[in-house]
Design a protein around this ligand. Sequence first.
Ligand SMILES: Cc1cc2nc3c(=O)[nH]c(=O)nc-3n(C[C@H](O)[C@H](O)[C@H](O)COP(=O)(O)OP(=O)(O)OC[C@H]3O[C@@H](n4cnc5c(N)ncnc54)[C@H](O)[C@@H]3O)c2cc1C
Length: 350
Amino acid sequence: MTVAVVGAGLAGLSAAWELTRAGADAVVLEAERRAGGVVLTEQRDGFIVEGGPDGFLTAEPDIQELAREIGIGDRLVGQVARGSTMWTGRTLEPIAEGKAAELLGIQSTAPLQAGFTSFAAGMQEIVDALVARLGPRVRTTQGVSGMAPAPRGWRLSLTGSSSLEAQAVVLAVPAWIAARLLVGVGVPGARALEDVVYHPSITVSLAYRVDQVPAKLEGTGFVAASDASGAVGACTYAWRKYSKRAPDGFALLRAFVTAVDEDPGAIAHNELTAILGLAGPPLWTRAFHWWRGLPRYHGGHAQRVAAVRERLTRLAPLAIAGAGFDGAGVSACVKSGGEAARVILNRLGR
Ligand SMILES: Cc1cc2nc3c(=O)[nH]c(=O)nc-3n(C[C@H](O)[C@H](O)[C@H](O)COP(=O)(O)OP(=O)(O)OC[C@H]3O[C@@H](n4cnc5c(N)ncnc54)[C@H](O)[C@@H]3O)c2cc1C
């Protein structure tokens, strides 16, 4: 019988892969028209444009092991330029790599010295490879609106008033959605998962000719000091961080912009012109709005998640996975998905 994985972000796809590898019959139910969740890469005029994550710490093994397992290990690429700077509001000053991660709120226990890694054609590569391996098991525009116990597991209500029976379920959706589904089946303490706060952000990619950008830019980008006024909180020199992110003779910047009312592309260009000394307008800009972007946990988060997981052991096989629970980084999400799959396989005696 079927194991339903709800959510086709990296956590859900990793869970489905692990289940499939073990011989279980997995089906992934995704609300949106595409798989990948916040992992989203666009190819445009020879540029590789990341909407969400652009890489992960090289010291984090899980996503790299998965990449090798699904046959795209040779697509892993290390960062080229190194080092970061801080925009103080007046100048750009070199800072330690760890300091930049700290200012950006990257929470990881992995060491930072080895730098960052990505995929040659962007982060979407791992999503596409997983979707190709999973084939028709991944069903898009199939959102789960509710769940209820069934004689042999669970009954999921799907978009369009259809339903699906599954022996086991992995919820790989953001914490507030998992909370709602778990409250619906009476899991004590589940509402506390809504405590996870997802911060809104906008990523803006801006394309220039390389002669519009000062040649002496240092490192892979800058982070703005918390007291530097402005909407741009950080900027990655994307075409210098990883190779082949822009065609020869062109440059690609990516800014993290706080929620703004006006055109984020224009705001980013104006602020970056003042900070970096850009010459002339961008060839184009592309903004991605993440109304609920990176999750942050409050104190006691791990205990609340552990308490919910303990409660799940008393129900038909049901597990939770993803950035809302076990760490926001892409590698942590791969690990979390794999672990949820193994919990389910254990419960099914496989
Ligand atoms: C702008 C940005 C930049 C980032 N940069 C980095 C980075 O550089 N490095 C790094 O390691 N991490 C980064 N992260 C974090 C990381 O990308 C995410 O935490 C991770 O990809 C989340 O994966 P997930 O599978 O847990 O969730 P998601 O990607 O959110 O996937 C959840 C999926 O569930 C689906 N869903 C929701 N509700 C339902 C429903 N009811 N039924 C069915 N499906 C549903 C959603 O549509 C979505 O596809 C970044 C995140 C953002 C937003």
